[in-house]
Write a protein that binds this ligand. Sequence first.
Ligand code: F6P
Length: 369
Amino acid sequence: MTKPIKRIAVCTGGGDAPGLNAVIQSVVIAADNLGWQCYGIRDGFNGILFPERYPEGGVYRLTRDKVRGIGHLGGTMLGTTNKGNPLHFPINMPDGTVREIDRSDEILTYFATHEIDALVSIGGDGSLTIANALHQKGLRVVGVPKTIDNDLDKTYTTFGFDTAVGFATECLDRLHATAESHQRVMVVEVMGRYAGWIALHAGIAGDAHVILLPEIGFDLDKVAAKIRERVSDGRPYSIVLVAEGAQPRDGHRELLAAAEVGHAERLGGIGETIARALAESTGNDTRVVVLGHLLRGGSPTAFDRLSALRFGAAAVRALDEGQSGVMVALGFRGVDYVALEEVAGHIRNVPLDCDTLQTGRDLGISFGD
Ligand code: F6P
């Protein structure tokens, strides 16, 4: 029989996303209602791995009072990091090289010594892969799917995505006005890593004329032809929305920084490259706007807030039912649970036959192919 739960911990890992605080709030209140104590781990697992950095405690008690009124706030009250995965932790060697070691046992030891019975891990693919490894080593773990990129498998959506799409759409609305007034091409770059969900959804909602996705290798001549066609139709301005992971059909992805030990590669720069090439080939006045981290800030939309609150409460219910090694997911009929191992390491791309993409084509949007 599994030991009854008395204490749980919660952590947030990877890039922040609007709705994290709402999940934390929901976990703490739902746990408190069951008579459990809840603890927050600071900055991913850094609160456990680097206690010396936190004189006030790398892991601290979260009471109802501590989470009151935070549900509408962006960011995460616990802090987060997308460096230093405990499974592949970078350490500097005396010879100047950097090596990776597995520090996950230190997390298990911490939980055992402090009699913390389970973990709610809120994160994207990286954090859920860590959560799955901890579960396989015997820790009771439930994952909660977070990312503005919406690239997690087995869930209809992740919280943070709706807020990012809403903001990007509002930016496109604003850019239409200035683009039309100045008869310019505005190239707008959005985040999303290797998936084009943000670009696709915001691009269609925000009436972009060209949308470039990582899933569809683009041909710049086709993009230029679309812009020229609009000029000859009497619409001498265009909005080109580019996902940071988009790449030319015969080219490569643009990086701001290559992968290093302990840190994934940073995508970005494709907007600038496309803008330069389009200015040259079309002769149009062209500007670039990189929305970048603005997409991660701000208050969660009502949809994201509600998903986050539902996910947090469902994570606690899962633990109460004795589940472990699962991720809370949004299904068509409500919250569902899926095995973490089915999610870990699987990126969900935009399917080329999805109706949203088809809608874009039906509306005459160019995908550069
Ligand atoms: O995964 C979320 C995300 O915002 C991606 O869209 C983006 O590529 C990445 O994080 C940026 O991370 P960083 O915070 O390291 O710049």
